[in-house]
Write a protein that binds this ligand. Sequence first.
Ligand SMILES: Nc1ncnc2c1ncn2[C@@H]1O[C@H](COP(=O)(O)OP(=O)(O)O)[C@@H](O)[C@H]1O
Ligand SMILES: [Mg+2]
Length: 351
Amino acid sequence: MSGTSCDGIDVAVIETDGRDRVRPGPALTIPYRDEFRERLRGALGGNGPVEAVEEELTRLHAEAVLHFRQEHPGREIDIVGFHGHTILHRPREGRTWQLGDGALLSRLTGLDVVADFRSADVRAGGEGAPLAPLFHRALAATLIKPVAVLNLGGVGNVTWLGEREEDILAFDTGPGNALLDDWVRAHTGEGADWEGALALRGTPRDDLVKAFLASPYFSRKPPKSLDRDDFRHLMPEGLFLEEGAATLTQITAAAAAAARRHFPRPAREWLVCGGGCRNPALMAALARRLEAPVKTVEAAGWDGDALEAQAFAYLAVRSLEGLPLSLPSTTGVARPTLGGSLFKASARLSQ
Ligand SMILES: Nc1ncnc2c1ncn2[C@@H]1O[C@H](COP(=O)(O)OP(=O)(O)O)[C@@H](O)[C@H]1O
Ligand SMILES: [Mg+2]
C-alpha cells in the first residue's frame, strides 16, 4: 500500500479466506526517500509524463516485498494485493488513477498479483473508495456495535458498522493529514507535525474551522469520496506556523465529527487508525468533538499502521474468490461489485 500521504510503502501479510476468517501477521513500513517522494508528488494529478514514476514505484514495491520475505523467510505468500498510488481520483468524471504496474510487480517478485482495485467500481458508477470497509467489518465481527472505524491517512475515511451484517456505511470524511502535512512542509520543510507538537503550541482559529466546515461536502449525503487535494483551495493563509497547524488539526477532527450526521445511529465507540492516530493533538481534538470514547485500533487488538495494507491483501483474496469488493453503502455503486485484475506469475515464463 502506498497511501495518499506519500509517506512510504506499507507491507503486511494476513491469512484469510476473504470472508470472516482473518489472521493478521507481521508488517513493515518502508518510508520513501525524499527525492522519490518529490517525484511522486510531482506525478499527482497525472499532468505530465508518469511512466518513469510508475516503473520506479513498482520497483520499490518489489523491493519492499523482497525485503519483507527476507525478514520473514518462513512465510508462504500466495498472492500479493498491489494497490499502487492514487494520483487522481475524480469518480464523478468516471476516473480514478492508481500508478502501479501489476504485470511488472508480478515479474519482479515471481508472485501472483492482484492490482487495479478501484476502476471496476468507478466504471459501475461507484466512488471507487473507500475500499477498506469490508475488511473493517470482518475484523470487527466480535465488537460491540455500532462502532465507527476512522482511518486518518492523507484523506480521512470512516466505516460505520451496526449490529447486523448489512449495517455498514462508509465514506470519506474530509481532510486527514494531507493539508496539515502540506502546511508544515511549506513552512518548515518537515514532512508532518510530528507528535502534534506544533498544533499543541498553537491556538486554533475557530472562525476558519467553522468556515471550512461550511463546505457543501460535509452535508452531502454519503456515499462520497475525495481526492487528496480537493480541499487545497481552502488551505488557510497568513497564519503563524503553530496557529495554522492547530487550525488544520481541528479541521480534520471537525470533519470527522461532521460525519456523525450521516450515521443511522450514533457510534458507541470510535476506533482510529492510519498515521493520524499517532498524532496526540489530533486524537485529543477528536476526543473533544466526538462525544463517544475514541481509541486507537490497537485497543481492539488491530495494527493501526498495517490496516490499509492488510485490507488490500484481504481484497486481493476476495478478488480471487469472486467476492464483491464494494457495496452500494460503501462506494455508492449500484450493486455489490467485483474488482481487481489478476497478473499471474507464470506469465513470466511465457515471455
Ligand atoms: N508520530 C506522528 N505524529 C504526527 N503525525 C504522524 C505521526 N505518524 C504518522 N503521522 C501522520 O500520518 C501520515 C501517514 O499516515 P498514513 O496512514 O500512512 O497515510 P496514507 O494512508 O495516506 O499513506 C503522515 O503523513 C503524518 O501526517
Ligand atoms: Mg502511508
